[in-house]
Design a protein around this ligand. Sequence first.
Ligand code: RP5
Length: 161
Amino acid sequence: MTQVAILMGSRSDWKIMENAANTLDSLGIGWEARALSAHRAPRELAEYCEQAEERGIRVVIAGAGLAAALPGTVAALTSLPVLGVPMATAAFGGADAMLSMAQMPAGVPVGTLGVGRHGAVNAALMATAILALSDADVRDALKAFRAAQTAEAVRGSDVTQ
Ligand code: RP5
């Protein structure tokens, strides 16, 4: 069952956004990924958004760089929760994309994560937490993931070893 859509403004974003996909895989969450630019393919993006909910998508993760209109456009076209992941850029380090995603007008929210890999991983975990609200198996998987992460951190906590 595919419940999470990973959208991105360009195929070049996949090297970052695949971290979201890998995290969802580790939690057993079904996903699909599409490069659909808000600027370069607006009609195709609109069509995708209009069909997403009835196709079973429950959360959209949208990664983009530069002007980063993608998450906001998706949020405008669907009432599904939209999580934005800003891509780092040479000119402004991703701050441009992050501010664009975070500064949405009231009424059309984008849950904006951090720039790059950390944001992509956390978007996947946030999507999982949203799904966990209504799915006990997902809740168990998320708790197991967090427990394993803590165990790993504690195992490596003695920096003199
Ligand atoms: C944005 O422009 C994309 O999300 C990407 O981060 C950036 C550059 O795209 P490419 O020129 O690599 O296709 O829309």
